[in-house]
Design a protein around this ligand. Sequence first.
Ligand SMILES: NC(=O)c1ccc[n+]([C@@H]2O[C@H](COP(=O)([O-])OP(=O)(O)OC[C@H]3O[C@@H](n4cnc5c(N)ncnc54)[C@H](O)[C@@H]3O)[C@@H](O)[C@H]2O)c1
Length: 352
Amino acid sequence: MKKYNVGMIGYGWAAAAHIAAINATKQGQVRAVYSSRPQDAALLTQKHSGNSAPAIQVYQDLDQMLADPSLDVVDITSYPSEHRDQAVAAANAKKHIILEKPMANSATEVADIVAAASANGVMGCVCFECRFSSQFQSIKAVVDEGLLGQLHYGEIDYYHGIGPWYGQFRWNTFKKEGGSALLTAGCHALDALLMLMGTEVESVSSMSTRSQSDIFAPYEYDTSSVTILRFKNGAIGKTAAIVDCLQPYYFHTHLVGSQGSILDNKFHSQKLKTDKGHWSELAMKMLDSGDVSDHPYQSQFQAFFDALDAGVEMPLTSFSEAAKTFAIIFAADASAANAGQCVTATSFQKVT
Ligand SMILES: NC(=O)c1ccc[n+]([C@@H]2O[C@H](COP(=O)([O-])OP(=O)(O)OC[C@H]3O[C@@H](n4cnc5c(N)ncnc54)[C@H](O)[C@@H]3O)[C@@H](O)[C@H]2O)c1
């Protein structure tokens, strides 16, 4: 028997990748699925657990699943507009929570989730799983080793055309669900930038626009944005969030420091005394696809369950850490709605 029984909220694309990742951890096992659509328990058990594992129970009533005392963790993979209410209900039912991005659609909703988890003594894991990717773990190690010296500029950008060919398009086009280019997709890039710059944000400003292509016309919000950050240590940074591009998926990373630079998987460090006229190469798995089956959920969920064992907040993607990223995203979107006016930390820090 594994130690943590997990109940899924939602049974869509992300959920399928989560279930495989949870079941592959040392301590986690999916034992229940809540879905608005009727599901066949025997089929789900066969598909996700094999015959030897305990059966998966299905629910169409969330309160009933949350009342199941055998469940330790709830994993929320529903539509973004449902995240706040479901996360607060899960916390009040004393379940630890895995929560897909976005945490929620406003600073107030995120604050409600953080407060409910804290009041009920439950831990959270937000699916900023890119922090656990080979690419960003390796880059972070290079930065932490001091090979780039003191960073003074960073840009991490997200280029991923989310058009009708992409399953989420059917709900992502709505303001109520997608929110903004930064909230729905660019959040991964901004979050990675914050992790790698490793210092607090002082101010943010953002501007947005949209493609003239008919393909992206259904979107109720601007689908391209660029966000500029000033950090408290004087460094500056930038994140472009482009969901209306027609090109291959590209997670662009460029960090510049006093001893060298990293551009995607290429780097130069004065400390290594290599030739500045040529890039050296880092062997690492790149984030080059939006496919959830390719995302490092297993490493992230393993870290979450290990943290539950230790009774501490998980590293890198706890509720409190992720809430800092969302505070900056909401500030950036407020700036974009106000012609790029600068928003300072004093006005967005109250979220965290
Ligand atoms: N971290 C990441 O990289 C990543 C990647 C993909 C999705 N997500 C997030 O995961 C969440 C879910 O996204 P998804 O891609 O799994 O969306 P999805 O459309 O596949 O599923 C979303 C919800 O809709 C329900 N659903 C799906 N099809 C349905 C139908 N025909 N009728 C009724 N309900 C249906 C699912 O049960 C689920 O609750 C979102 O918050 C999204 O932002 C995150």
